[in-house]
Design a protein around this ligand. Sequence first.
Ligand SMILES: Nc1ncnc2c1ncn2[C@@H]1O[C@H](COP(=O)(O)OP(=O)(O)OP(=O)(O)O)[C@@H](O)[C@H]1O
Length: 227
Amino acid sequence: MHGSHASLRQMLRIRALTKSYRSGPDRIKVLRGIDLGVGAGESVALTGESGSGKSTLLHLIAGLDQPDSGEVRFGDTVISSLPDAGRAAFRRDRLGLVFQQFNLIPSLTVADNLAFQAKLAGRHDPDWLRELTERLGLAALTRRYPEQLSGGQQQRVAIGRALAPKPLLLLADEPTGNLDEATADEVMRLVRDLVTRSGCSFLMVTHSERLAALLDRQVHLRAGLIA
Ligand SMILES: Nc1ncnc2c1ncn2[C@@H]1O[C@H](COP(=O)(O)OP(=O)(O)OP(=O)(O)O)[C@@H](O)[C@H]1O
């Protein structure tokens, strides 16, 4: 390994991505031509002021929405030009998503929430799930339901669920935004270690310079471009 980012295989490649939203008679151009690559196994923090388009970019990468122009490519798959069903299938099978709201399934136990995504993706690996459960400190809580967990515990379940299928890329939008500073730091370190362990790439939106500094690289969104 040479260590430089240029030498990493580009797992995600974004080219000339634009997106605008209608606002009454006007259109607001949120993304004006984003170019960004993320290497295999690389972890990147995406920062930028409120309203700069971080969530918009994350949604386009996850295929939750489509750009006006430009492309989002994972290897040979151009997710931005797939139809809705194709984007949903790619997201389900190859991406891990963690949002500020934990989005756990209230009627399922911790164990079933953890396994849910991997089973849907046809990528359930009991050994990896056991390791995740232990490393996330959830082994004693597997029979509980989400409402019987603290915020930090719920967030750890959401992270485990997203990593259980061994995604190509873990995408996180302010994953620790609802947690106090000490808990946020602890959860972030755990995520970083688990991402390293699973070998996936990691892209995280955050407002926190402190958390951003924990990742390999920081990119900043300003005026619709990566500064
Ligand atoms: N569905 C939508 N329709 C219209 N405008 C939208 C829509 N989604 C986002 N916007 C606008 O696009 C801009 C970028 O929003 P986005 O949520 O991507 O920013 P952000 O950087 O993630 O902000 P924050 O840090 O506050 O979460 C904002 O001006 C927002 O009002």
